[in-house]
Design a protein. Structure first.
Length: 185
């Protein structure tokens, strides 16, 4: 029984260590998507930034206005996209957009709640562009990816989620019991 008490803190610590170690490894991908009938084949990182920051109103190499779709500010996908793809945190993005809109030059993306709604809107609008987070699997019919970036946080998020699930099922606690050492003779 005492050996198990010694073992639990190490299991939890090791699981958390693996999560931190996996933080640098990419597993999930953030995809910028357009309608499958859109002739655009790819976007550069610079073009993606210009589109989602309101500086580009037309698709590059096409004479079509863009309808940019964004996730709600409170979603994890929104935070991940702007942090890892656009390279801006939420506060910096708000300041940037306020300044840019105040100048009269910019246009905010349309906010859509949920990844399924973004896919639905892109499927039905040839000039729409949005982003989705994909952890394996294929894109649904009617959309195609024009930009892909791996997210380093996906693996760590999954690892920590698995540790939390274990604690919820009662297999291993997140807060280990105190270390039991044998008494000195």
């Amino acid at each position: 029984m005492k050996k198990r008490h010694l073992f639990r803190p190490f299991v939890v610590t090791f699981a958390l260590f693996l999560g931190v170690l996996a933080h640098g490894q990419a597993r999930g991908d953030m995809l910028v998507i357009v309608n499958a009938d859109n002739p655009l084949e790819a976007l550069t990182l610079k073009e993606v930034k210009q589109l989602f920051l309101g500086r580009m109103r037309r698709f590059p190499t096409l004479d079509t206005d863009v309808d940019v779709l964004d996730r709600e500010e409170t979603s994890q996908a929104h935070r991940s996209f702007y942090q890892y793809v656009i390279d801006m945190d939420t506060n910096r993005l708000k300041r940037y957009r306020a300044r840019y809109l105040f100048s009269g030059q910019g246009r905010l993306p349309e906010t859509v709640s949920g990844q399924a709604k973004i896919i639905e809107k892109v499927q039905s609008n040839i000039s729409a562009v949005g982003y989705v987070e994909l952890d394996g699997g294929d894109l649904p019919a009617g959309v195609k990816a024009v930009y892909r970036q791996s997210l380093p946080e996906a693996e760590a998020r999954k690892a920590l989620s698995e540790v939390s699930k274990g604690a919820a099922s009662g297999s291993e606690p997140l807060t280990p019991e105190p270390l039991m050492l044998p008494a000195k003779p």
